[in-house]
Design a protein around this ligand. Structure first.
Ligand SMILES: *[C@@H]1O[C@H](CO)[C@@H](O)[C@H](O)[C@H]1NC(C)=O
Ligand SMILES: *[C@@H]1O[C@H](CO)[C@@H](O)[C@H](O)[C@H]1NC(C)=O
Ligand SMILES: *[C@@H]1O[C@H](CO)[C@@H](O)[C@H](O)[C@H]1NC(C)=O
Ligand SMILES: *[C@@H]1O[C@H](CO)[C@@H](O)[C@H](O)[C@H]1NC(C)=O
Ligand SMILES: *[C@@H]1O[C@H](CO)[C@@H](O)[C@H](O)[C@H]1NC(C)=O
Ligand SMILES: *[C@@H]1O[C@H](CO)[C@@H](O)[C@H](O)[C@H]1NC(C)=O
Length: 464
C-alpha cells in the first residue's frame, strides 16, 4: 500500500506501516500452536490507521485470552487499546509507541500457549545527502547531490524537473548511480526547481533544490569586421550582456584607450565615424567588463571606397562593320571590377572586355545597337553608367571629317551640316567625335513634303 504524504523540503517523512515480521510460537507444556495463530499474518497500515489482530490459538473457548506488549501487560481497555471478548486486539490509531512485540496468551488449566508478532514502524527512505541550491554560470556543468539510506533497503534516486521535463531523456542531464545529477552546458532555461525522489517499493521521499543559472558575460552583438565606407558616416557596434550590466568600450590597436580623433565618437560600445577616413583602417578591440570578468573581441576594419569613374563611357556611334571601343575605368578601394551588360543581359560572344575595362568588338553589327551598362563594383558597392551604342547603316546619312585636331573640325562640320541642311533639307542629328578623331553626324534626308526619304549610301564630307 503506497502512502504519500505531503512533505516539507528536507524533512524525511515517516510513513508507518505495520509489518508482521513473523509469527513466533512458543508452547509451554508441549502445546503447539499453528503458524497463523495471530491474524492477519501480514498487513501494512499507515500511521494513525486502525489495526486489529485476532488471536486464533485453538483451545477451550472459555479460556481467557490476554495480550502483552513488550512483556508488559496484560493490556487492558484502559491503555487506549481494546481487547474484545473474543480475544481480538484492536489499536484504533497506530502510533510509534505501539511498536514492539505483542504476545497473545490463551490460558487454560493445563497449559499456557502463546503466539507473538512484532509490530515495526518502518521509516520512509531517509535522505543522507540532501540536495542544496546550486548557482551555475551559463555553459558550466552543475552537480546536484542526493542520497538516501534506509536501514533495510537501498532506495533508488530519481530526479524530476519542475516543468516535468524528463531528465533521463535529456542529453545534457545524467543521473549517476550514487544519486548525483549532473547537468552539462547549463542553459538559462535550466534554471528552476529540481526534485530528488528516493523510492523504496511503494514508498518515496522527495527533496527539492533550485538550480540558478546565471547569464555568462558574453557579446550579445559581436563586432563584425565590416568595411567602413570612405567619406561616409559609419558605425562599429558592440554590445554585451551578463549577470550584471557590463560596460563596453573600444580600443584601436596601437592607440591609447578612450582617445579618439575628432571625427570618431564613442558612446556605449558604438563607435560613430562622422566621416570615415583612410587612416581609420586597422584592428579594433571591443572590451566588455562586469563583475564576472573581462572579455574582448578584435575585428580587422578595412576602409573601402565606393567605385568612382575615372573614364566614363560615352554614347557611341559606329559605322556598320567597323570596330567599336567603349572605355570604362573606375577607382576605388579595393580596386573595382568592371563588367558590361547590354540591355540588362550578358554580352554577345563577339564582344570582349579588356583588362582595363574597355569594351571591344572588331565588327559592329546592326543588332549590337542598344543600351550598354558599365558596372564598377567592389566591397563598398556598385556604380554604373549607361550609354547608347548606335550602329550606322547605309540608311543613315553620314558626314564625317578627319583632322588632327578634332574640336575646330567638328565646329566646321557643324557649319557644313547647316549649309547642307539649307540646301538639301536634311535633318541632322548632332555632331559627335569618333575614335579616330573624325567628326561625324548622321541624319535622315527629308523631302519637301516633310516625308522622310531614305538616303541611299553613306556620305562622307571631308573637311580640310
Ligand atoms: C473492552 O471494551 C470492549 C468494547 O467496549 C468490550 O467488549 C470488552 O469486554 C472490554 N474488555 C474488558 C476486559 O473489559
Ligand atoms: C472479535 O470481535 C470484534 C468486535 O466485535 C470483531 O471485529 C472481530 O472480527 C472478532 N474477531 C473474530 C476472530 O471473530
Ligand atoms: C557520484 O558520482 C559522480 C560520477 O562519478 C561524481 O561526480 C559525484 O561527485 C558523486 N557524488 C557524490 C555525492 O559523491
Ligand atoms: C556622440 O554621440 C552621442 C550620441 O549620439 C551624442 O550625444 C554626443 O553628443 C556625441 N558627442 C560628440 C563629441 O559628438
Ligand atoms: C582578449 O582575451 C584573450 C583571452 O582572455 C586574451 O588572451 C587576449 O590577450 C585579449 N586580447 C586583447 C587585445 O586584450
Ligand atoms: C584598354 O586596352 C585596350 C587594348 O590594350 C586599348 O586599345 C585601349 O585603348 C585601352 N583603354 C584605355 C582607356 O586606355
Amino acid at each position: 500500500m503506497a502512502m504519500i504524504m505531503s512533505v516539507e523540503l528536507g524533512i524525511p517523512r515517516l510513513l508507518l506501516y505495520v509489518l508482521l515480521a513473523y509469527i513466533g510460537m512458543v508452547t509451554m507444556a508441549a502445546q503447539v500452536t499453528p503458524e497463523d495463530s495471530i491474524s492477519p499474518v501480514d498487513r501494512m497500515v499507515n500511521k494513525n490507521d486502525e489495526v486489529s489482530f485476532d488471536c486464533m490459538i485453538p483451545g477451550d473457548p472459555t479460556s481467557v485470552v490476554s495480550w502483552f506488549h513488550n512483556n508488559k501487560g496484560p493490556i487492558s481497555n484502559r491503555s487506549g487499546l481494546t481487547i474484545f471478548e473474543n480475544g481480538t486486539l484492536y489499536i484504533p490509531e497506530v502510533k510509534r509507541k505501539h511498536e514492539g512485540e505483542y504476545r497473545c496468551y490463551r490460558d487454560s488449566l493445563y497449559a499456557h500457549t502463546y503466539a507473538y508478532i512484532n509490530l515495526y514502524i518502518e521509516l520512509l527512505p531517509e535522505f543522507t545527502i540532501l540536495p542544496v541550491n546550486v548557482v551555475a554560470e551559463e555553459g558550466d556543468t552543475a552537480y546536484l547531490h542526493c542520497q538516501a539510506d534506509n536501514s533495510q533497503s537501498n532506495p533508488t534516486i530519481g530526479w524530476v524537473r519542475q516543468d516535468l521535463i524528463d531528465v533521463t531523456n535529456n542529453l545534457r542531464y545524467k543521473v549517476f548511480n550514487n544519486g548525483t545529477l549532473r547537468i552539462s552546458h547549463v542553459l538559462l532555461m535550466d534554471s528552476g526547481e529540481l526534485t530528488c525522489i528516493a523510492r523504496h517499493g511503494p514508498q518515496h521521499s522527495v527533496a527539492k533544490a533550485y538550480l540558478i543559472v546565471e547569464e555568462r558575460l558574453k557579446f550579445s552583438f559581436k563586432p563584425v569586421p565590416k568595411p567602413l565606407k570612405l567619406g561616409e558616416i559609419d558605425t562599429l557596434v558592440c554590445k554585451a550582456r551578463g549577470k550584471t550590466v557590463p560596460i563596453v568600450w573600444w580600443q584601436k590597436q596601437g592607440f591609447p584607450a578612450g582617445v579618439w580623433p575628432d571625427h570618431i565618437n564613442e558612446t556605449d560600445g558604438t563607435l560613430t565615424f562622422s566621416r570615415v577616413q583612410k587612416t581609420d583602417a586597422g584592428k579594433y578591440t571591443c572590451y566588455a567588463q562586469n563583475t564576472q570578468g573581462l572579455i574582448n573581441e578584435t575585428v580587422d576594419i578595412q576602409v573601402v571606397d565606393y567605385p568612382t569613374f575615372t573614364f566614363e563611357p560615352i554614347d557611341t556611334r559606329v559605322i556598320l562593320g567597323q570596330p567599336v571601343m567603349m572605355h570604362c575605368q573606375a577607382d576605388g578601394k579595393p580596386t573595382p571590377h568592371i563588367s558590361w551588360v547590354v540591355e540588362g543581359k550578358s554580352l554577345p560572344p563577339h564582344f570582349e572586355v579588356f583588362q582595363n575595362g574597355t569594351l571591344y568588338t572588331s565588327e559592329a553589327q546592326v543588332t549590337d545597337e542598344g543600351q550598354y551598362t558599365c558596372i564598377a563594383g567592389n566591397s563598398a558597392g556598385l556604380n554604373s553608367r549607361e550609354v547608347t551604342l548606335s550602329v550606322l547603316s547605309g540608311d543613315d546619312v553620314i558626314l564625317s571629317a578627319s583632322s588632327a585636331s578634332p574640336s575646330p573640325l567638328c565646329g566646321q562640320l557643324e557649319d557644313r551640316i547647316k549649309e547642307l541642311e539649307s540646301l538639301n533639307s536634311r535633318l541632322m542629328d548632332r555632331v559627335f567625335l569618333l575614335e579616330n578623331a573624325e567628326c561625324m553626324c548622321t541624319g535622315k534626308q527629308r523631302g519637301r513634303t516633310g516625308r522622310s526619304r531614305r538616303h541611299r549610301g553613306r556620305r562622307s564630307v571631308k573637311l580640310v
